[in-house]
Design a protein around this ligand. Structure first.
Ligand code: NAD
Length: 447
């Protein structure tokens, strides 16, 4: 079978490469010519472990190709996935402009029966909207089906998540489309992946409800962490004690500077707006968003209170990406923290294993309005490693728990710092051990 993927970003490229690995013929499309040019040479436009080898192998074996022309994918494919971005608009709702543009283009070049699948995270009702858009833009009467097939992969472990998902959700009304989708995902049937087959609206909502629930767990544990600090409890043991209850589960109960990334902040806000449009008030989701925003501010407050003031101080920031093993800084807590510190006239020395200065310069041109501008501020200096970052700084802050920050040479760091302030926003280190080394150590939710 031949399939097309429109939008070759994190989701589109991983989806395309993984389906090619399943033995399908895949045409990946993107309107970004530079991206397609690089991909044709086997160069991956972002950081995702294992993806480069997967892409190269499938290109060499003739199952994966890249183009800027939607028509090429549409003509040759039975199934067309839409995997373009659905960014947050000013009012919090999801911007469907890219999805709708793609739908129109697909319609104009459709030559035969197609299954058109939304892989992008889209608000409930989008499937119906696409049905109309495509019908209205067809050159001739052609039968087609719409399917919602939300994606749950996590950046940093995207290939494993795609190849071994917890579940596959398929929303469709047409039995023919469901049968085709099942056929696509046949390799996952063999490993007994659960399939949830439902209508389009339910599938669309499953994605938002899942992400909002994950965000709820994070905001919940962050609030409890705040309380731990006041009452002398240890958040890690509270989380462990809670997580051992199988009704709760241990995942997403790690305190920190709040959630970030390209999905949770955007999707919680979009769910809230979606519910408002239907006159439903989602009190919990509203609180989750507010707690997350407060948590970021609270991190800055914590640092300011410990250091008395930030003005004129130099702060070393370790980690920019919203989590380890990705270069994605969309809505990353690091950006908010740096912005607030700069407002207070602090100087920042940053180090991230992937988001380097060179990387920023390239990405800044590709992505607008996602925060690279704050990283170009004159007060921000990029450093070559963690030790370079802490040189002469008044404090250092672990914002993202990259593995290479887990075993830092603390003696060396202490000698390089001007003052021994250590803010561990991911609770990577053992408080007593670090304090014994002479650091003024602050973490989250540990007394
Ligand atoms: P992305 O920004 O990395 O990629 C989107 C791509 O679409 C870009 O390369 C862009 O150039 C391309 N594009 C936009 N308009 C186009 C058009 N008209 N024709 C062809 N290409 C076009 O986005 P992403 O992170 O891959 O997210 C895509 C969708 O998947 C979003 O709805 C997101 O919410 C959802 N999602 C993302 C993740 C994740 O971890 N990134 C996980 C699950 C779901």
């Amino acid at each position: 079978m031949h399939i097309g993927i429109i939008g070759t970003g994190y989701v589109g490229l991983v989806t395309g490469a993984c389906f090619a690995e399943f033995g399908l013929f895949v045409t990946c499309v993107d309107r970004d010519e530079k991206k397609i040019h690089s991909l044709k040479k086997g160069l991956i436009p972002f950081y995702e472990p294992g993806l480069e080898e997967l892409v190269k192998r499938n290109m060499q074996q003739g199952r994966l190709e890249f183009t800027t022309k939607i028509a090429r994918a549409v003509e040759s494919s039975l199934v067309i996935f839409i995997a373009v971005g659905t960014p947050r608009r000013g009012d919090g709702s999801a911007d469907l402009k890219y999805v709708e543009d793609v739908a129109k283009e697909i319609a104009k070049t459709m030559n035969d029966y197609k299954v058109i699948v939304t892989k992008s995270t889209v608000p409930v009702g989008t499937g119906k909207k696409l049905q109309e858009i495509i019908s209205n833009n067809l050159n001739e009467k052609i039968y087609f089906d719409i399917v919602s097939n939300p994606e749950f992969l996590r950046e940093g472990s995207a290939i494993e998540d795609f190849m071994r998902p917890n579940r596959v959700v398929i929303g469709a009304t047409s039995q023919q489309a469901i049968a085709i989708m099942k056929d696509l995902y046949k390799p996952l049937y063999l490993i007994e992946t659960p399939f949830v087959i439902t209508n389009i609206e339910t599938a669309e909502l499953i994605k938002y409800a899942s992400n909002s629930f994950l965000a709820t767990k994070i905001s919940f544990i962050n609030e409890i962490a705040k309380l731990c600090e006041k009452v002398g409890a240890d958040i890690h043991l509270v989380a462990k004690g809670m997580g051992l209850d199988q009704r709760i589960g241990p995942k997403f109960l790690h305190p920190g500077p709040g959630y970030g990334g390209s999905c949770l902040p955007k999707d919680t806000n979009a769910l809230l707006r979606m519910a408002e449009e239907h006159n439903v008030k989602l009190n919990i989701v509203e609180a989750v968003i507010r707690v997350n925003e407060e948590q970021r501010d609270y991190m800055v407050t914590k640092i300011r209170e410990a250091m008395k003031e930030l003005k004129g101080k130099t702060i070393a920031i370790l980690g920019l990406s919203f989590k380890p093993n990705t270069d994605d800084i969309r809505d990353a807590p690091s950006l908010h923290i740096i912005k607030e510190m700069i407002k207070e006239e602090a100087y920042i020395r940053v180090y991230d294993p992937v988001v380097t200065d060179k990387y920023r310069q390239v990405k800044e041109k590709q992505y607008e309005n996602i925060g690279y501008s704050i990283l170009s501020h004159k007060n921000v200096k990029y450093c070559k490693d963690p030790y370079d970052a802490v040189k002469g700084a008044n404090a250092f802050v672990i914002v993202t728990e990259w593995n290479q920050f887990r075993n830092l040479d603390l003696e060396r760091i202490k000698n390089l710092l001007k003052e021994p302030f250590f803010f561990d926003l991911r609770n990577v280190y053992e408080p007593q051990k670090v304090r014994d080394k002479g650091f003024k150590y602050y973490s989250v939710g540990r007394g």
